[in-house]
Design a protein. Structure first.
Length: 484
């Protein structure tokens, strides 16, 4: 017969264990990365003299007087973005043409030499103020390649570029992103010298020390580039990640190169990520709203249906969706762009505003304890989660909807502060007195939106986690019917 004191010891041990959180697994997101995951959809504004030249890339030789929007309206642009569901804006403060949209001390090739606001304007400040007024997050992109600067390609240019970053980091409030791409060297104007200048992109920008400036001055700014440090490029400009999408990644040099830097990395692995990669480095899926990044009158914006599909294949695969916004020569978004954004935003809003599982009863094959119970899965809070005991790496959740529901999108979210854990799962629905499999999946991560081939009608759903190297965590589940 078991002694009372032993029974008490076992009871207390079990109770304590049941309140102990699971141990983290693999690379983990930082505070700034968790904040980035919450944003999900944001925009990238391209608006420079290139807009007025009807080009995609400026050569660096446009007269500053070329930049002369007839009716610039930052509020119009940001309100349209907000209606589209965008929660952040990155402004291209300087593109490859070298024209700075703020009155910088680092180069004469800037907005003060244009007719904009009679030479007294600061377009970066106007956009930043409109962004904050409308409740969005603000970020900047300052191109390291400068096709106008006479010193580009020499050892004197880096100090100029770093000074530009310092100005942007100092004068426009807290940034959610510092965005960098891999365009490096080539044909340009270079202070009047029409020539090609090449640089060694592994050393020229001294990224280690350059990004140390970002970390010091803007600690909550996520650094985006081909190699992170916080957010990686997905490897295409089509707006989608791979069906299996890992938030972990290890930047590596491509074949024939000896170092991974912006402009050269292991792109074939970027869309999917790397399971058990060294770093938490989720993907950004950047794609222009129109065909090009800059405004061209002969182009049309993507349809709301296309944008919704990209949302499912980016945000719905644990990545972020970065939509390129291109103001026209007035300095506003075209009415077609405004309409496309509004309809897309409404589709997302109305699709996900009603979780058809919200009143369901859930039974789990295993739970860690009261603090990690299945009720967490329907409370709408990312910070609470259901978890299994340490030695349970497979589990099933049976969702009883109580009444018949029709849905075509299933949402799953892991508790990512403890890492990306789940590697395989499937989903079944109860139909004609039998369980029918409707989906086989691999990764989940921050968010997985499963778009079923056709709507299903059922009163019971089963989620089977079939593979995980450690105990399981899930933060939220949802069933939704796409709004038309």
């Amino acid at each position: 017969m078991m002694k009372p004191i032993l029974i008490l010891f076992l009871f207390l041990t079990t109770a304590i264990y049941a309140q102990t959180p699971p141990k983290p697994y693999g690379a983990l997101p930082s505070k700034r990365q968790l904040a980035w995951h919450d944003i999900e959809v944001y925009g990238l504004i391209h608006f420079t003299p290139t807009t007025f030249e009807n080009k995609e890339w400026g050569f660096g030789d446009a007269d500053p007087k070329t930049f002369n929007p007839t009716d610039f309206n930052a509020d119009q642009i940001i309100k349209a973005a907000k209606a589209g569901g965008l929660k952040g804006i990155i402004l291209v403060a300087k593109h490859h043409d070298g024209f700075a949209l703020w009155p910088t001390k680092t180069t004469d090739y800037n907005i003060s030499k244009s007719p904009f606001r009679a030479g007294k304007g600061n377009l970066v400040k106007e956009v930043e103020q409109a962004v904050r007024k409308n409740g969005l997050k603000f970020g900047v992109y300052c191109s390291p390649w400068d096709r106008n600067n006479a010193l580009y390609g020499t050892d004197k240019y880096l100090a100029i570029y770093q000074a530009q970053l310092k100005e942007l980091y100092s004068n426009f409030g807290e940034l959610f992103m510092s965005w960098h791409d891999g365009a490096n060297g080539g044909d340009g104007y270079y202070g009047g010298a029409k020539e090609k200048r090449s640089i060694d992109n592994t050393t020229y920008y001294d990224w280690k020390n350059t990004w140390a400036i970002t970390r010091k001055m803007q600690p909550m700014a996520n650094i985006f580039s081909d190699i992170g440090l916080d957010i990686r490029w997905v490897g295409n400009e089509d707006g989608h990640a791979a069906p299996t999408s890992w938030a972990t990644f290890t930047p590596m040099a491509p074949d024939g190169k000896n170092e991974a830097v912006p402009g050269q990395a292991n792109y074939p692995q970027s869309p999917e990520g790397i399971r058990n990669g060294k770093f938490w480095m989720p993907a950004e899926c950047d794609v222009p709203l129109r065909k090009g990044w800059f405004y061209h009158a002969n182009e049309k914006p993507k349809t709301p249906e296309t944008l919704f599909d990209l949302y499912l294949k980016s945000v719905g695969r644990g990545a972020g969706l970065d939509l390129g916004l291109a103001p026209d020569t007035r300095g506003q978004l075209h009415k077609d762009d405004v309409a496309a954004l509004k309809t897309f935003g409404d589709m997302v809003k109305h699709t996900f505003e009603n979780n058809l599982a919200k009143n369901a009863q859930i039974k789990a094959s295993n739970s860690r304890g009261k603090k990690y119970a299945v009720t967490s899965l329907l409370d709408g809070k990312r910070e609470s989660y259901w978890a299994t005991e340490d030695d349970i790496h497979q589990a099933s959740l049976e969702v009883d909807l109580k009444t018949t529901k029709t849905f075509d999108i299933i949402s799953l979210q892991e508790y990512i502060p403890l890492g990306q854990r789940i590697e395989a799962y499937n989903i079944e629905v109860f139909e004609k007195n039998a369980w029918k499999k409707v989906y086989d999946g691999t990764s989940i991560g921050a968010k997985r939106l499963i778009n079923l081939e056709s709507p299903v009608t059922t009163d019971k759903v089963k989620i089977n986690i079939t593979k995980s190297p450690v105990c399981i965590t899930l933060s939220e589940i949802g069933l939704y019917k796409k709004a038309v």
